[in-house]
Design a protein around this ligand. Sequence first.
Ligand code: DGY
Length: 306
Amino acid sequence: MTRRIPQAGLDLLEPVCDYHVLAESGVPGREDVIRAAEGVDGILSLLTERMDAAVMDAAPGLKVIANYAVGFDNIDLGEARRRGVIVTNTPGVLTETTADFAWALIMAAARRIVEGDEEVRSGRWRTWEPQGLLGVDIHGAVLGVVGYGRIGQAVARRGAGFGMEVIFHDPTESGSVPLDELLRRADIISLHVPLTPATRHLIDGGRLRLCKPTAVLVNTSRGGVVDQQALAEALAAGTIFGAGLDVFEEEPLPPGHPLCRLRNVVLAPHIASASRATRDRMAVMAASNLLAALRGETPPNLVVRP
Ligand code: DGY
């Protein structure tokens, strides 16, 4: 196990297998991960560790990599397939929690909650202002969901409660609108696509220029889906109203990054799935996947089958 997961998952592993937690806190070093992989039958990995050929080479008997995340862009699936290593993830259990958080970012960015909080705390708040901290309305707005899988649909369902018109882009679903059209029409844009070579910088400078100057962009998927530099420029120039980001091209976001100097972006440290109950469910699911594969059964949440 590259890093310690909640006890609910460890409780499943403890009676039946000999496991080692590589890093109690923080991210383990790359060389430590490779060394720790030597001779193991299974790896329970986090999205912070790259599971590639070097790691798999260290463990010739490796049967399974059970990722403690729904996303699996940290795993080289081609290498796993070539070696017959099973890969699993934790879908479903974090859908609603992540959708809740996408909404927290939507509301915070559209209604400038963090800026308001700073004003109050710092004592800079003087009076009720007819034109102070004006935001954009959410009710009745057009919600554009990019990627209409489980989480995208859960975000859309919440939009219905705000009387929003929901449009989505997802070529695998009927009713999908072209991405450029969605970006032109949407007031609130929420991203829910996995990071793949096809989705890297899906939202680049050109696409940001299609957005309304009043639009709010929220990303709870993977940082690489957005060209972060282009987004920082668009936010600074005011060609887009605001953004809420839970994920970044490089995590943690390097100190002094241009995004940190902007007030019209709300920044969160990749916590969309971070409720106690959901992290417990993810731990149980990841441990169950791992154990099923080690027992020679088909794990319920297969990404790469044996
Ligand atoms: C995931 O599961 O992929 C999230 O990014 C973290 O919960």
